[in-house]
Design a protein around this ligand. Structure first.
Ligand code: PLP
Length: 398
């Protein structure tokens, strides 16, 4: 059957491809340690599961309003006030089928053919493809390891011009774990204020996974004048270990939410009613489980950094949040495997999967070809045995 040209614009997500390969190998009986997956290894807290069970018993089995129930939207409003000290009305919020869907709806609502959207790299794989699906042109600006993977105000000012329609900001970041400090955010905000036609999409899905010191104030707290052209995207996936529930949310001026809601109404309609009830509990209920989860991720971050520091040919910037490390592995490229130099990050990943049985994601699709992404959302035991296996495999290389 003929497929539309649109299908050629996008490629399968590199991270999901690794997850699929791990599942395939495991199905054939091969044991693999997965450092590729972008989801917490914790279970959804019981209070949240209980809320979904109660909702089911109470008959939450029908369509809800397309943009979500009043209950979950009020929980979003309460969260934005409690965590970010931002004031939003219920009609300035909506829920979506995951944070990814909120981004998709936002890009469809905000951007069209030929619109230039500044995308700092390394970036999460889906931004570029979703922008292209909206007809927009990602304008990739590289923020290398030497600057902590963070876009500088000078770079942002250089990248913006009369054709610019948007900027994507993601902090803490997937794939690097880099997080902007408050001072850094302020310098970016100062540049953005001068470009009134530029929409800002702030992806906060990792905001609670921040390890060193107090979390910086939100961009919109630092520059409230940007509120009228900013879409905040977030989800319960990472903060509450709810990736499978598929529940994200957005906050933006009411007109933007209305447009995003119309798009959602002609595609998925409302996210699952049960997931909305669970998310309302996640966002508005007691947040007791978070400190232990953040402490555990901080411990793992420190462990992983220490293990990378001991590997010859590998260097890693200290991640400040999320659950990823993004080492530069170009020092391994000259080493030989199967009679050839390793040569690139994809082949380093191929080598580590074949010889160490450890799955990682090559940096190419994150626009950082000298790097690999490691997720430490896995147990301490897996981290230890994965790094032991990597050390043994590297020791066999010439
Ligand atoms: C930076 C970033 N944004 C958004 C998402 C979407 O998360 P979800 O759709 O599971 O809420 C992800 C998931 O990996 C992510 O890494």
């Amino acid at each position: 059957m003929r497929l539309s040209p649109r299908t050629k614009l996008v490629k399968p997500s590199a991270t999901l491809a690794v997850t699929t390969e791990v599942a395939r190998l495991r199905a054939t009986g091969v044991e693999v340690i997965d450092f590729g997956a972008g989801e917490p290894d914790f279970d959804t807290p019981q209070r949240i599961k209980d809320a979904a069970i109660r909702a089911l018993a109470a008959g939450a089995t029908r369509y809800t309003p397309v943009v979500g129930t009043k209950q979950v939207r009020q929980a979003v409003v309460a969260k934005l006030k409690r965590v970010n000290d931002l004031d939003y009305a219920v009609d300035e919020t909506m829920v979506t089928c995951g944070g990814k869907h909120a981004l998709y709806n936002a890009f469809q609502a905000l951007f069209g053919d030929g619109d230039e959207v500044v995308l700092p790299a390394p970036f999460w794989v889906s931004y570029a493809d979703m922008l292209v699906l909206a007809g927009a042109q990602p304008k990739i600006v590289h923020a290398p390891a030497s600057q902590g993977f963070k876009l500088t105000a000078e770079q942002l000012a250089d990248a913006l011009d009369a054709r610019s329609r948007g900027v994507i900001l993601n902090s803490p970041s997937n794939p690097t774990g880099a997080a902007y400090s408050q001072a850094e955010l302020q310098t970016l905000a100062d540049v953005l204020i001068a470009y009134p036609d530029v929409a800002i999409v702030v992806d906060d899905v990792y905001e609670m996974l921040f390890f060193d010191g107090p979390r910086p104030a939100h961009l919109l707290k630092l520059a409230p004048e940007l509120r009228e052209r900013t879409v905040i995207v977030n989800s319960v996936s990472k903060t509450y270990a709810m990736t499978g529930w598929r529940l994200g949310y957005a906050a933006a001026p009411a007109g933007v939410i209305k447009a995003m809601g119309t798009i959602q109404g002609q595609s998925t309609s409302n996210p699952t009613a049960l997931a909305q009830a669970a998310a309302a509990e996640a966002l508005a209920g007691p947040q007791d489980e978070l400190p232990a989860m953040i402490d555990e991720f901080r411990w793992r971050r420190d462990y992983v950094l220490d293990r990378f520091a001991r590997l010859d040919g590998v260097s890693c910037v200290k991640p400040e949040g999320a659950f990823y490390a993004f080492p530069d592995v170009s020092g391994l490229f000259p080493r030989r495997w199967r009679d050839q130099p390793l040569g690139n990050a994809s082949r380093v990943c191929e080598f580590l999967l074949a010889e160490a049985r450890v799955a990682l994601v090559a940096g190419d699709d994150f626009a950082a070809p000298n790097h690999i992404r490691m997720s430490y959302a896995t147990s301490r035991e897996n981290l230890a045995s994965g790094f032991d296996a990597i050390e043994r495999a590297l020791a066999t290389l010439r």
